[in-house]
Design a protein around this ligand. Structure first.
Ligand code: KIV
Ligand code: NA
Length: 264
């Protein structure tokens, strides 16, 4: 299958076609989502709280995320693979951002990187774009700034809509090829989508975006507890695994497994 490239996403927007993005952090998830026709795989820093057991995305390091990125890049045949830059690995300066992004492209074999921020990230986005790194921006609610933003809350309500618009315009002008909008009111997200020429990708930003993204452990039911309102659960992987693991443990306990057919 033909590789999805950043230009294809732009062409899809021009044709009015929607595309999907999912997180992936390992080989089988990447293979399956790629086979399903998902256009973009994001090796999110959400691996921090979906793989490594932390409760926020902040603690994950470049060293931890690089091998996951490489695993996804090795396993996806068609999807565009985007590496997410961890907290603290790009905010300090455009040079820091470039050095980190280059590692994601070289060692992680990512085809693009994502970073959080709008107007304040213009220097970073320009530096990366000039240096051959396609950048996906991420505005609205930005989880790496959870403590600065005062927790998980919708961004861009009322007067704050202008802030989201300004961020969107700034990242497009700086050279971003796409922009994620997280927890932004649907009308604001639709306005941004209409105004920009680059594709917008929503998470909790309504149906007016050019693409959508979800964290796969949320979308397919691996995570427990209350899910954010913007998540739709498409599968219940947790119960499938739970039943399988229980049946296996039971059969080992009773001696039903292994049977003669599993024995040499
Ligand atoms: O890390 C992540 O999963 C993300 C998406 C939710 C956009 O940044
Ligand atoms: Na992220």
């Amino acid at each position: 299958p033909r590789r999805v490239r950043t230009a294809h996403l732009r062409e899809m927007k021009e044709r009015g076609e929607r595309f999907s993005m999912l997180t992936a952090y390992d080989q089988y998830a990447a293979e399956i989502f790629d086979e399903a026709g998902v256009e973009v795989l994001l090796v999110g820093d959400s691996a921090s709280n979906n793989v490594l057991g932390h409760d926020t995305s902040l603690p994950i390091t470049v060293e931890e995320l690089l091998p996951l990125t490489a695993a996804v890049a090795r396993s996806a045949r068609r999807a565009l693979v985007v590496g997410d830059l961890p907290f603290g690995s790009y905010q300090a300066s455009p040079e820091q951002a470039y050095l980190t992004a280059a590692r994601f492209m070289k060692e992680g074999r990512a085809q693009a990187v994502k970073l959080e921020g709008g107007v304040e990230m213009v220097g970073q986005i320009e530096r990366l774009s000039r240096g051959g790194v396609p950048v996906m921006a991420h505005i609205g609610f930005t989880p790496q700034s959870e403590h600065a933003l005062g927790g998980y809350r919708v961004q861009g309500r009322g007067d704050a809509a202008e802030r989201v618009l300004a961020d969107a315009r700034a990242v497009e002008a700086a050279g971003a090829f796409a922009v994620v909008m997280e927890m932004v009111p649907g009308d604001t997200a639709a306005r941004v989508t209409a105004e920009l020429t680059i594709p917008t990708i929503g998470i909790g930003a309504g149906a007016g975006c050019d693409g959508q993204v979800l964290v796969w452990q949320d979308a397919f039911g691996l995570r427990t507890g209350r899910l954010p309102r913007f998540v739709k659960q498409y599968a219940d992987v947790r119960s499938v695994l739970l039943e399988g693991a229980r049946a296996y443990a039971d059969e080992v306990r009773t001696g039903a497994f292994p049977g003669p057919e599993h024995t040499f």
